[in-house]
Design a binder for this molecule. Sequence first.
Ligand code: SAM
Length: 265
Amino acid sequence: MSGHRARKRFGQNFLVDQDIIGRIVDAVRPRPGDVLVEIGPGLGALTEPLLERVDHLHVVEIDRDLIARLRRRHDAARLTIHEGDALDFDFGTLGAPLRVVGNLPYNISTPLLFHLADYASRLRDLTFMLQKEVVMRMVAEPGSADYGRLSVMLQYRFRMAHLFDVPPEAFRPAPQVTSSIVRMEPRPAEVLEARDEALLGCVVAAAFGQRRKTLRNTLREFIDEAGLAALGIDAGLRGERLALADFVAIANRVAAGAGQGSGPK
Ligand code: SAM
């Protein structure tokens, strides 16, 4: 097809289905003046139709062979190529509000989402192709088997919508799993109510660290039963039953120093 041999270690599965490529680009709705970055342009399946709709595009790519190929094919004035690992890339160096697109390598998708969450205030939206199973976890609601740390921490930062699925046959080589397109939009700063986001992260990690245990046990080091009761939360529940707002309320109570010893023992 291209003379390029797909590298497994870089999660290379290239999109070849023109109908799917068109649907992804339509879902992005690129506009000429957008500040847009594509992560992992590969052989350019999305890059080329995106370049037809915007004045300028940034890409971040790790594979030197693919970078050389992109350089040969595109005018540097319209395509800025950032060579390196997207996990280390400083997205703050690009303009804002930044739009992000990518058919992401599966092996880096979760750390990359957390990396991008650090730039949320500069981002306008993100449209990603990910493993369907990961997207289901991102958009999961309390009480479902998919609901966990990824759901709570990303839902704190972003509003997310599962747009559509992409079958393995849309790629060369075909991956073993179904993929999905997800759109993410940062929630406005005014609604991010955690006083200490690092603490929120610790509380959520503890609550889901041992999924079968109740909050009484998993959150013991942060808050006691009386503290949970003061928030209207039953200590006999498991983390998977709590809504995002409950986790924020717990973290804020702990941050205020009212987690332990706050009521009758
Ligand atoms: N966008 C192309 C497409 O849809 O056909 C390629 C998608 S392929 C699943 C993932 C791309 O991300 C590859 O081009 C790969 O080299 C690149 N990549 C892998 N790991 C990366 C990383 N850590 N940082 C930047 N790019 C990476």
